[in-house]
Write a protein that binds this ligand. Structure first.
Ligand SMILES: *Cc1c(COP(=O)(O)O)cnc(C)c1O
Length: 396
């Protein structure tokens, strides 16, 4: 058997393959330069153009561009009027920002467990967490797979709750023919470089409801009802701050990059799906490695490709597999530490182990493999070779 790189053997790759990365081409660079040379670096025409293009791409009625995915989540909580008396249900298996946005508004995130096959929010668990104070559900499209919006919508209608899709992983996916961005009352996206497309930092909210979009437009601009360009056009200096907002604006040159990236997004999502198919095929014969389940009717956005390790078939834990794959030049990662286990939430809410056992068990077993559109077939082959090499070595 070939010696593992971690034991001094020859690594599969000489350079580290990251788990994700941006893809910037000459047309992106030209679009940014053109905007840098224009009159408007921020609050200019590119913002509206990007919002229109993003709305068109997702099929949503309204898009509001903001400075990050986290700002998008905060704006969603604001738009729904979440405040100190309110609870919002959040899955345990997500990035901390999905819960932090509730706290920004003074509300309380209530963690619900996920389904073991998909690691998506479990509608049955959601129902057990509903109280008189519950106002909304944040459904995280983990890894890029849309949640069970049929079941969640039925619950939301029964209890009169709003649904926010944290779709930061799922841009380009769909569920039963409806695209991500149209599946919930408010849908939030991140345009960070590791996500399915980028504007550097950036975010967006899509919604079918014009009044929610309008509230978010005011919120991203300090709570002021007109922006700089509107006042210039009106020849006026007067403005009114009607509520406490933030500066969550996205610049024009970031929007120019976003518009340019959107042109390539369909091809990129297709490439992510093709890479996932290669992995699924390759790992079918590797019994200690199981890709997450994909539900019927889902087109997966594949921001992440996550596998579960069957630790009963291995003589080491996940961290040993992680280190061995890194030594082979494969930039694996772990998404995520369940949010309720972070020290901040343990201290603030008294959460801890046992609260969401499915997420906690999954956390011991999951590993994210590299997936991004610029990966070559040889890169994909390297990942498959390294996983096979390492997992075979440690199989009991
Ligand atoms: C990336 C991400 C965010 C935060 O987005 P930023 O643009 O980094 O602020 C929120 N939720 C999920 C699920 C994410 O993956």
């Amino acid at each position: 058997m070939t010696e593992l790189a971690i034991h001094g053997g020859r690594p599969i790759r000489q350079t580290m393959l990251p788990y994700s990365r941006q893809w910037i081409t000459e047309d992106d660079i030209a679009a940014v330069i053109e905007t840098l040379q224009s009159d408007w670096l921020t609050t200019g025409p590119k913002v509206g153009q990007f919002e229109k293009a993003f709305a068109h791409w997702t099929g949503a009625r309204e898009t509001v561009a903001v400075s990050s995915g986290t700002a998008a989540l905060h704006a969603a909580m604001y738009a729904l009027g979440i405040g100190p008396e309110d609870e919002v249900i959040v899955p345990a298996m997500t990035f901390a920002a999905s819960a932090n946005c509730v706290v920004y508004q003074g509300g309380t995130p209530v963690f619900a467990d996920v389904k073991p096959g998909t690691l998506l929010l479990d509608p049955a668990q959601v129902e057990t967490k509903i109280t008189k104070r519950t106002k909304a559900i944040i459904a995280v499209d983990y890894a890029g797979q849309p949640c069970d919006y049929d079941a969640l919508t039925a619950i939301a209608e029964h209890y009169n709750l709003a649904i926010v899709a944290d779709a930061c992983h799922a841009l380009g996916g769909s569920y039963k023919g409806k695209s991500v961005g149209t599946l919930a009352d408010l849908n939030t996206f991140s345009l960070h470089p590791v996500k399915n497309m980028t504007s550097g930092e950036g975010g967006a909210i899509t919604t079918g409801e014009a009044n929610l979009a309008q509230r978010i437009r005011v919120f991203r601009n300090h709570g002021i009802t007109s922006d700089h360009r509107q006042r210039e056009a009106a020849g006026s200096w007067s403005y009114e701050m009607v509520d406490l907002g933030y500066n969550y604006r996205l610049t024009d040159f970031q929007c120019a990059l976003g518009i340019s990236q959107l042109h390539k997004l369909s091809d990129w999502v297709a490439r992510r799906q093709a890479i996932a198919r290669c992995y699924n095929d390759a790992f079918a014969s590797l019994h200690a490695v199981s890709p997450l389940a994909v539900r019927e009717g889902v087109s997966h956005g594949y921001h992440l490709y996550v596998v579960r390790l069957d630790l009963t078939r291995l003589n080491v834990d996940r961290s040993a597999i992680f280190s061995a794959l890194r030594a082979e030049g494969i930039g694996v990662n772990v998404h995520y530490v369940p949010v309720h286990l972070h020290p901040y939430y343990r201290k603030r809410l008294g959460t801890g182990p046992g609260l969401c056992p499915v997420a906690e068990l999954a956390y011991e077993q999951i590993i994210s493999l590299p997936i991004f559109p610029q990966m070559t077939d040889a890169d994909v082959g390297n990942v498959i070779s390294a996983v096979s090499k390492v997992v075979t070595y440690y199989t009991v």
